[in-house]
Design a protein around this ligand. Structure first.
Ligand code: C2E
Ligand code: MG
Ligand code: MG
Ligand code: MG
Length: 284
């Protein structure tokens, strides 16, 4: 009766927990091996400047390409990597690869682009974060003004004083800071005057429905106007339609990123995209 049921459900519960723990441990082992085998790849998504119809730069987005060819999305391993600390190595690897790619592009017809790299809040707990970034730029002989670092509001709010201290050091080097997923965090906007922010990236969740939802349209327009008044640039994330693009332009939002232009692409595909974009805009 009821007694048995209770006992059984207890067993089911622990078995499920065991499974979950085992899966996590396996995933962690695989990630360590993936790092050794250099399975963490960087894809690139262009940032388009609508005002002059140019590609202003690109965002580096990590992918875990496993031995069998499966491409694992960052959503499926970054949270675990943040818990077990592997994000420190993965993050350093992404920055290194993005800088190496920039140098390759500099040798060809697409020289002079900027690259944006996402930083996890966990990387700000790393004592030598600023040194790591400086060292990587040095190794690739890149000027710091070629690099944007994307952080979220929650990164700043976690340990404001320490994070702002590190951000100020990065900004002093000449690196630009973007606030990613802007509008989704517990933002007091207090930090907007704590250090020079270069760009606000309006989160995709506000952009998605701008053509149908007047509230979202209002939010996006208000952010754009506010940023403009503060001398901060704006990028709209997740632009998928021409209608969204046109509305964003009418709001004064000049920079966009989204599937309308290109999904994130592996390095060779991204180079092809650059070439095609120039050809197309040359015709237009
Ligand atoms: P994010 O930095 O906000 O990156 C934007 C995400 O939106 C990317 O997902 C991109 O593929 C996706 N996206 C871009 N345009 C569109 C669009 O038009 N429609 C839709 N539906 N999606 C679009 P992705 O690459 O899966 O990355 C997800 C998140 O994982 C990133 O969000 C970022 O927070 C994190 N991430 C990615 N790479 C790294 C990394 O190297 N380090 C760290 N710490 N986090 C990373
Ligand atoms: Mg980002
Ligand atoms: Mg974002
Ligand atoms: Mg996002």
């Amino acid at each position: 009766g009821a007694k048995n049921l209770g006992k059984n459900s207890y067993h089911v519960f622990t078995r499920e927990m065991d499974d979950r723990v085992n899966r996590r441990m396996q995933l962690e082992r695989d990630m360590r091996q993936g790092l050794k085998r250099d399975e963490f790849m960087v894809y690139y998504q262009p940032k388009i400047d609508l005002a002059n119809k140019k590609i202003s730069g690109m965002e580096a987005l990590v992918r875990w390409v496993r031995l069998d060819g499966t491409v694992v999305s960052p959503m499926d391993f970054i949270p675990l990597a943040e818990e077990n600390g592997l994000i420190i190595d993965i993050g350093a690897r992404v920055l290194d690869k993005a800088c190496a790619f920039l140098r390759i592009l500099d040798e060809g017809p697409h020289a002079g682009l900027n690259v944006a790299v996402n930083l996890s809040p966990e990387q700000f707990r790393q004592e030598d974060l600023v040194e790591m970034v400086r060292r990587t730029l040095d190794i690739h002989d890149l000027s710091p003004d070629r690099l944007d670092l994307e952080i979220t509001e929650s990164t700043i709010m976690r340990d404001i004083d320490d994070t702002v201290y590190k951000l100020n050091q990065l900004v002093a080097m000449g690196i630009r800071i973007s606030i990613d997923d802007f509008g989704t965090g517990y933002s007091s906007m207090y930090y907007l005057k704590k250090f020079p922010i270069d760009t606000l990236k309006i989160d995709r969740s506000f952009v998605r429905d701008i053509c149908e939802d007047p509230n979202d349209a209002n939010i996006v327009q208000t952010i754009t106007v506010m940023a403009d008044n503060l001398g901060i640039k704006v990028v709209a994330e997740g632009v998928e339609t021409v209608e969204q693009q046109e509305l964003l332009t009418s709001f004064g939002c000049q920079q966009v990123q989204g599937f309308l232009f290109s999904p994130p692409l592996p390095a060779p595909g991204f180079e092809e995209y650059l070439t095609g974009f120039e050809t197309r805009s040359g015709e237009g």
